[in-house]
Design a binder for this molecule. Structure first.
Ligand code: HEC
Length: 123
């Protein structure tokens, strides 16, 4: 009985948290897209993400951000682009805003551009 109550409490507490992963945005890559790491990806990550998600940070400086989610390089970013879509990007099917968890946040337009850049393969 006590175990059941503990499980119920854990489930309720879980529901009160905002969800980390939203649905895929279904953003698409227009053939004329000009977004690149240099023109868009890097400035976006520098502005909103690398203070927690960078390979140069010591574990204690990451504010809990998981390892292997490092956005100070194109490779680290591209490798988890699906997760970035589910947490941060916007598109026709979803506007995902769980990242960043606080501080300066991207505008809706910036989230849509992120969705486009990711859909193009994060070139
Ligand atoms: C203040 C620190 C902080 C900032 C800034 C931040 N994050 Fe995070 N991020 C976290 C933490 C903490 C977690 C783990 C959350 C959890 O497990 O519930 C996380 C988790 C994630 C995950 C999921 C990782 C997994 O487990 O698959 C992704 C993707 C992500 N962040 C992307 C981003 C992006 C993109 C940005 C910039 C727009 C960003 N984050 C900005 C702290 C941060």
């Amino acid at each position: 009985m006590i175990a059941r109550l503990a499980i119920a409490a854990a489930v309720l507490a879980g529901c009160a948290q905002p969800q980390l992963f939203g649905p895929p945005t279904e953003a698409s890559c227009p053939p004329a897209s000009t977004l690149t790491w240099d023109s868009f990806g890097k400035p976006f990550m520098d502005a909103y993400c690398v203070r927690c998600h960078a390979s140069t940070l010591a574990p204690a400086q990451r504010h809990g951000a998981p390892t292997f989610h490092d956005f100070d390089t194109i490779y680290g970013t591209r490798a988890v682009r699906e997760h970035i879509d589910l947490t941060t990007a916007a598109g026709p099917a979803a506007v995902n805003t769980s990242m960043p968890p606080g501080g300066d946040a991207p505008t809706l337009e910036e989230r849509q551009l992120l969705g486009e850049w990711l859909a193009c393969g994060a070139p």
